[in-house]
Ligand binder design. Structure first.
Ligand code: ZN
Length: 354
């Protein structure tokens, strides 16, 4: 991580971030947009909405479960599962999905926690050899293997809900803390297919990467708990350490995917800044971590050289270092995606489900 680069005085975003500017106080555009978006949220009102929503689904699943919680064993999904079960008295199904790179420690913790919470756990692990071919193609074409995973994950989550007759998915994804910069990341299923066609048949990809039909999609509501309750990380860590022996602290944020160091390195090669850099910038901006500490952690974790095990990792995907040639010019944006208006309309319809 270069020390010469100018950074936002509030978060740590560098001047290499797309379309960034700094105001008179050295505060960046992303921080200013953040304040506009998140100031004045009435969390009590949100919580009332959550409570009435839970009430509408409690006892109303087609089979055993009121809702499903995508559950990696990380802090956010574990806290979501804990809240849904203990605060809202729901009967959730915990769904653990292994994208091929799930940290075995996270999986072990997920199993133990589901057991302690008295929650059923359902796991799905698509064949690794197949996933690696898909990731390999995504890496070759776009410079990032995560492009495939951002289609894979929601599809697996939807399939699991559909299979179990579940009409509500409660996820722990925090837009505020985790969302990737929209300037660098985009994906939809039309774009994904344009990347994959010629390398895979539609049938090969159908189950794991495509939704069955809009009609069935619209029968399942999905919400993110951090949109409804204030995502107070110190309190979340406290709760998890006390109730479930989580055994981690805030300065030790780990991502459950073992591919993260490699994807962060590739991301940096393409964009000029790293994934840890924007994730810790998000945390700093939201006030959950101190700026100096974020800088120290990013300095430690953000490699300028390929991280340890890089060649084995991409070798597993059927690639070698030739994927780095011209990577600055590779992007998911080179592939045609879905018409934005249709996409936004579909998102709005799903958001309005009761
Ligand atoms: Zn900033």
């Amino acid at each position: 991580m270069s020390e010469l680069v100018r950074r936002c005085a509030r978060c740590i975003l560098p001047e290499t971030y797309p379309h960034i500017d700094f105001d008179g106080n050295g505060v960046c555009r992303v921080c200013r947009e953040f304040d506009e978006k998140y100031s004045g949220i009435d969390w009590e009102e949100r919580e009332r909405r959550l409570s009435s929503l839970m009430g509408r689904y409690r006892g109303r699943g087609r089979h055993k479960y009121d809702c499903m919680v995508p559950f990696s064993g990380g802090k956010d999904s574990t806290y979501t599962l804990w809240t849904v079960k203990n605060r809202y008295d729901m009967t959730p199904l915990a769904f653990n999905f292994d994208n091929g790179f799930l940290d075995p420690g996270a999986l072990a913790f997920a199993k133990a926690s589901a057991d302690r919470l008295g929650v059923d756990l359902y796991t799905y692990t698509p064949a690794r050899a197949f996933l690696r071919r898909v990731y390999g193609r995504a890496l070759e074409a776009t410079g990032e293997f995560c492009a495939a995973c951002v289609v894979l994950m929601p599809t697996a989550i939807f399939r699991a809900a559909d299979i179990h007759g579940i009409r509500l998915i409660v996820a722990g994804f925090s837009d505020m803390l985790e969302a990737p910069p929209p300037e660098t990341s985009y994906m939809d299923r039309v774009c994904f297919w344009n990347i994959m066609k010629g390398h895979f048949s539609r049938k090969e990809l159908e189950w794991d990467f495509f939704f069955p039909s809009w009609k069935r999609m619209f029968g399942v509501k999905q919400i993110n708990l951090p949109d409804y309750i204030e995502w107070d990380l110190p309190r979340i860590y406290d709760t998890l350490n006390r109730e479930l022996d989580f055994g981690k602290s805030m300065s030790d944020v780990r991502y459950d995917c073992l591919g993260t160091p490699h994807s962060s390195y590739l991301f940096r090669r393409r964009t000029g800044f790293g994934k840890y850099e924007y994730l810790y910038a998000n945390m700093t901006r939201a006030g959950v971590i101190d700026r100096e500490e974020a800088l120290r952690i990013v300095r430690e974790r953000e490699p300028l050289e390929p991280p340890e095990g890089f060649d084995e990792f991409i070798g597993d995907l059927g690639c070698d270092r030739s994927v780095l040639d011209g990577i600055e010019k590779k992007s998911v944006f080179s592939f045609r995606g879905r018409n934005r208006r249709i996409r936004n309309l579909a998102i709005r319809i799903r958001e309005r489900l009761p």
